[in-house]
Design a protein around this ligand. Structure first.
Ligand SMILES: [Zn+2]
Length: 476
């Protein structure tokens, strides 16, 4: 137990670290949470396609619920009478609610932000409604989650200019209003959200202001990311912000849920993650797995006769029970056929975070990260630069490509493969969460246009040098 911090409703103990990565226990009113932790999102007081009992079975320690929806239906007073969200959802473990602000700004065209709060057109009765920091906290106090979030001034992550500064400064003023309005600090933890866009100086100023209030802040979130910003900037904001935050308090990166992103964020010091992605993508027939690209798109015809399971290392009842990709292909192509895949995807996320924790404990964290990356990106050409940069920062590998991929690996892509990639990219049909455009096409162009004959050993070899046929054989 090297670091420990406690506020009335929270205790945070870090057990082991590997550089920035850490394994901790976050103890909340409804029991301990093991971090690094993935928090599934139950949008309207329930997970789509999965029951609370199944979530317990899957070892989920904390579920996220959206304040925005619960405020309209059934409404916070009804929820309070039903025993809060825990009673409503029959969920014995921890819950986190968001402030509602993000949904308003992102879902509603007609929302406007002023110093007073966020004004939006109610989707229920069409009236203009104002959500103030005080009202957000009052609603969350009635919903009764274990962690509640401050209302912040959310802007799209790619915003630049004076609006970023305005949002960062307003977020600090609103945080004070949130704490002043918070009526249940003894059993609800109000987290502060660091804003400041992609500007590290603004992030620093925001953290500095929060540190002056650190005594009553039980935990910190990093907001305003995962909105289409460059990945190489994304990880730097997470890493820098984590480094500025106090070591004894939990760090939650909001809206991050791609497995690779979580692995990178853990390596640079983050503890908690949430995202609708694993459940949403399941409804489109996409299963997460330790396979090249990270996903199995079960609706694809190529699984019609595939007799293997989604992921042979997965211990969920679908994979362990031997349900084949072929069977799941049939299921996934039907209306509402995503339930089994939702279950598997949550199991996958729980297993991923369990493996991260075990690797930190065992001192094998860098080996785990590298082997995971090599599973998802089996060829050098597929590994995005931002991952190499982040892993160098995390001291996991000073040069991932040179140290962990064979120097003589043949990287030439046959023309037919290339044309398939172009078609996929052009159709907007992305085969993997790691973006065909960033991965394959970019890698291919780099090989074709930049690398010339006679480059030093270990560099990509141009196609003309070896011929397509040989290249194809070596790839297989
Ligand atoms: Zn499974």
């Amino acid at each position: 137990m090297e670091k420990e911090a406690a506020t009335p409703a929270l205790r945070f103990e870090t057990h082991e670290t590997w550089n920035y990565a850490r394994r901790s226990t976050l103890t909340l009113p409804h029991g301990p949470c093991r971090t690094p932790m993935f928090m599934p999102v139950g949008t309207q007081g329930a997970m789509k396609g999965i029951t609370s009992a199944q979530m317990v079975e899957l070892d989920v320690d904390l579920m996220l619920s959206n304040t925005y929806w619960m405020n309209f239906r059934p409404g916070p007073d009804v929820v309070k009478e039903l025993g809060g969200l825990h009673g409503l959802m029959s969920w014995p473990k921890n819950i986190l609610t968001d402030s509602g602000g993000f949904q308003m700004v992102s879902l509603l065209d007609l929302s406007t932000v002023t110093e007073e709060g966020v004004t939006f057109k109610s989707p229920v009765n069409g009236e203009m409604t104002l959500l103030t920091p005080e009202e957000s906290i009052s609603i969350q106090n009635r919903l009764g989650a274990d962690i509640i979030m401050a209302l912040d001034d959310v802007i799209p992550s790619v915003t630049t200019g004076p609006r970023v500064l305005e949002a960062q400064e307003r977020t600090i003023r609103w945080l004070d209003r949130c704490y002043a309005a918070h009526s249940r600090p003894h059993d609800q933890n109000l987290f502060a959200i660091v804003q400041g866009g992609l500007d590290l100086d603004l992030r620093r100023k925001c953290v500095d202001a929060f540190l002056q209030r650190d005594d009553h802040i039980p935990g910190y979130a990093i907001g305003g990311l995962s909105g289409g910003e460059e990945k190489d900037i994304f990880w730097r904001v997470v890493a820098n912000t984590c480094a500025m935050l106090p070591p004894g308090k939990p760090r939650y990166v909001m809206g991050v849920g791609y497995p690779v992103d979580i692995v990178v964020c853990v390596a640079v010091g983050a503890d908690m993650f949430d995202c609708v992605y694993p459940c949403r993508t399941a409804r489109f027939g996409t299963a997460l797995a330790d396979v090249p690209g990270g996903v199995v798109q079960l609706r694809s015809d190529k699984f019609t006769n595939d007799q293997t399971v989604i992921d042979k290392n997965c211990k969920c009842f679908i994979c362990k029970g031997g349900m084949t990709r072929s069977r799941l292909h049939q299921v996934a192509c039907q209306e509402g056929g995503g339930e089994l895949i939702t279950y598997h995807n949550i199991a996958y996320m729980m297993n991923l975070t369990a493996r991260l924790r075990a690797a930190i404990t065992n001192g094998t964290f860098p080996q785990f990260v590298i082997s995971f990356m090599k599973t998802i990106f089996p060829r050098r050409v597929d590994v995005p630069d931002w991952i190499c940069n982040a892993l160098a920062y995390a001291k996991i590998s000073s040069n991932l490509l040179e140290e962990h991929y064979p120097a003589n690996e043949q990287l030439v892509i046959d023309d037919s493969v290339f044309m398939t990639m172009v078609k996929e990219a052009g159709s907007g049909h992305i085969k993997s969460p790691y973006h065909v455009k960033d991965r394959n096409i970019h890698g291919f162009q780099k090989m074709r246009n930049v690398v010339k004959e006679g480059e030093e050993e270990g560099e990509e070899v141009p196609k003309e040098k070896t011929g397509g046929k040989k290249a194809k054989m070596e790839m297989e």
